[in-house]
Design a protein around this ligand. Sequence first.
Ligand SMILES: [Zn+2]
Length: 385
Amino acid sequence: MDQNYLGLDQPTRYPRTSLAVAVEVLVHGPRSRAQLADRMNLSPASLTRLVKPLIAGGVLIEAEPVRSSALGRSSLLLDVVDDYRFIGVKLTADTAFAVLTDLRAQVLDSASLPLSATTPDDVVRTIQALVRSLARGATIDGVGITLGGRVRNGVVVDSPYLGWKQVELRQLASVVLDAPVHVDNDVIGLTNAEHWFGWGRGFPGFALLTIGAGIGYGLVLGDALVPTETGPVGHLPIDQGGPVCPSGHRGCLAAYATVGSITAAASVGHQRTLGFDEVIALAQEGDLIATRVLSDAAWAVGRAASMISDVTSVRRVILSGEAVPLAETAGDSLAAGLNQYRAVDVPPVDVVIQPADFFEWARGAAVVALQREFPRAPGPRAGIE
Ligand SMILES: [Zn+2]
């Protein structure tokens, strides 16, 4: 398995192949030894050797036997020991959204706070308040923070939404949070969440296209996250006669399908300022302007999804983000865009729609921490004040 899949940029605490077994059980659920050996191409003896340190270290547990076949044989299932808690924080231009999750990224609690100011110190104080309120004194195994923009090794290189450049966010947050802190791009967090716990599970390759304030693009190939810089896919050329994006391109994807492009186009038609939800509601009532704008946007998203599939060879494309309701409201146009240049002998792109409010993005942030902190090193754990 690949490094990225296992998140092995942290020091390893268990043999590498043992980790692969632990991740297999975490991602795909309880498995018998025979199932694991089969799925991972290992001999029963190898599997036993690999599993041993995981059980000794409290990572895996042998659960109650279940009758597994018509022959009446029963087998013990190995499962993860889930006494983990993670917090994910997604930063937008004006709000911090946070969730508390377990080891399988199920959301146990959530909270949000407005960002009254967006200096790094102010934002870190807001994150600290959210983490305290969600942790309630319990031990937290990792805090993941994600935001739109480029992130390298915990440093926010550039975040247009917060106006940040070269902000050492992981270091700043680590000073005030009594838990390991990980920082990453928000689309990467969402891609990781889909890979392990969502529509990408079981697919060695898939793409994620998010439509919202901006366009995001995540890619997994051969079970590994492929680094995709934020931005470029947003400017895929769709139609030279299309509208103009903020970068001055005529007819790129962003010119059609961001919240700003959609509301601007519908507002021009109606000669008044409309919000995104209003545009969706108007289209559902049959309003001609909203219908046209959403249909153009959905067609553009379909074109982009088919281009991504064509150049990467992934068949599954997950659509997500705040503007994804347009894909359902204008499903026919989405399909038209997907199929416009499809060769007759190529199967249709397998598109799935994953609604994502900002708490779903925060869950992606929790997965960023989860992938890097599982399994934890044996030993005592400190609590959050
Ligand atoms: Zn553009």
